[in-house]
Each structure stands twice: as structure tokens, then as C-alpha cells.
Design a protein around this ligand. Sequence first.
Ligand code: AMP
Length: 292
Amino acid sequence: MGSIADVRARLAAARQEGAAAVPRVALVPTMGALHDGHLALVERAREIADIVVVSIFVNPLQFGAGEDLDRYPRTLDADLTRLAEAGVPFVFAPTAREMYPEGSPGTRVTAGAVGSLYEGAARPGHFDGMLTVVAKLFNIVGPDVAVFGQKDAQQVFLVQRMVADLDLPLRIDVAPIVREESGLALSSRNRYLDEAQRAAAHALSAALAAAASVARGGDATAGQALAAARDAIEAAPMVKLDYLVVVHPHTFLPVGDDYRGPARMLVAALVGTTRLIDNTALDLDTGRTSTR
Ligand code: AMP
């Protein structure tokens, strides 16, 4: 299905198909190059809904000049095979022309101040472009629930806020981060890494694990967790740190070094020319941690 009219017509038919109760629709938005992290979102969607729709769209609006839009991995045939094997009948894979017939859309969603921090500071306009396409996908598919990965924590925060701010009639479900055995979070961009870089990239999850372990001691501040994570990053010379920050989960703003309480640690780094991100929850108050 590549056209908006097509996805709407097929979903309308499926919604009505002889059901006394209206089936629940879950949307899983992706940019393709599917890996087990994406498939975990599909599984989650299947648990909580009757109809699962996966969208595959490498959204030009969320890539800046000089970013990897042109070389972003596109593996549509393999993706469709994986989704068919996973039993997903609804795949919406539009062209850029289908989504943006006029080229660049005149109307956009803006992500506000938090949209300019962290990933937004490194990638100006990225979150406006992301929210704009997510709003369009919500309007095209009309899901009851949309499943996002915790891997992109700032994205999750901004999408949840957009849904609240604009009273969009759906719920956001957040699935935990899927990692390799080494700890490296699965990402479509991992395929850019050579063997040495892949080994070095392990430093991101190792840094988060070090912070989590300090927090588990039960009496750590944000500053202490940051120091532990920074040491782990500095031990990997191939990893060029962009940001390492502890944010408040409700505001997504940085907390002070003395802060104790619920928090999330975010990290971004360049390994070679590949930009990688990761995050973990830290409960600096009670020492409870989670890898979600
Ligand atoms: P992307 O194709 O990179 O735009 O990702 C599509 C969705 O998959 C987003 O909600 C991501 O957060 C999610 N995702 C990507 N990698 C992972 C992962 N390792 N674990 C869980 N979710 C992921």
C-alpha cells in the first residue's frame, strides 16, 4: 500500500468486517531497515490491538542538510518479507510525493523548546519534521494506539506531548529498548559500523550501565551518575561524545548535579561518522533502576 486513499479504504473495510466490537488499530511508525527492535514493537502492537499497521517512510523533513538521508539504509523488499513472516497484513510505505505532493509542506508541527535540545541541538529542525510526519501518519491511519520505542526517548517525550497538547485521539504505548548481547542498542544505523567501531560503540550502553550501577547503590546524585558514565565513555577513544545528560522525566530538562529523584540519562556520540544514541531510566532517589 503506497497511497493514502488505499490505506484508508483498506482500513475502513477491515474495521467493519463483521465485527460486533470495533477492532482496535495499532500503528507502528518506522523508517524501515527493520531489525529485532522494530519487530518487538510489532509484537507489542499485536498484544494490545486487533489490527497492526506498520508504516515505512524515510521522512525527508526530519533530515538536515549534510545528514544521511541519501545513504539511509532502504531495504523495502526484505522489510516486507519480515513483516509478512510476522503476520502483518497492513504495511504503509508511501513515496515522498504521496506524503508531500507540494514538496515541502507549508504547515508543520513545532516541537517547542525541548525540540531544540540534545538531538534537536545536533539536528536543527529534526523534531519539527518528525512530529509533522507522525501527525500525518496518525491522521492517515487513525490508530487507537501508536507504539514507539524507548530507544528514542526524546522522540517519545515529544510525541506524547504533541498528543496531549493537540488532544489527538489516541494513546502512545512505549516499548523497552532491544539490545544486542553486548548491550549495544539495536539501530538501523548500526550497519554503518565496521567491526572495530561496533566494539567501540559498546561504550554507550556500558556508560549507562555504569551510571545505573552507581544509582543502584541507593545514595547517588545525578552528578555522581554522570561522572561514572563519563569515565566509561572516556575509556573508548573512538567514541566522540556529543552529549551526556540527566533529565527530569516530566520536563525533559537537565537536572542539577545534586538532584535525586526519578530521572533519565541520555547519551549521544559519534563513532566514526555514525551518530548513535542511547538512554536509560535512573531512579536516583531510591536506587531503583530500569533498562527501559
Ligand atoms: P526508526 O525506524 O529508527 O525511526 O525507528 C522506528 C521505531 O522503532 C521508533 O519508535 C524507535 O524508537 C523504535 N526502535 C528503534 N530501535 C529500537 C530498539 N533497539 N529497541 C526498541 N525500539 C526501537
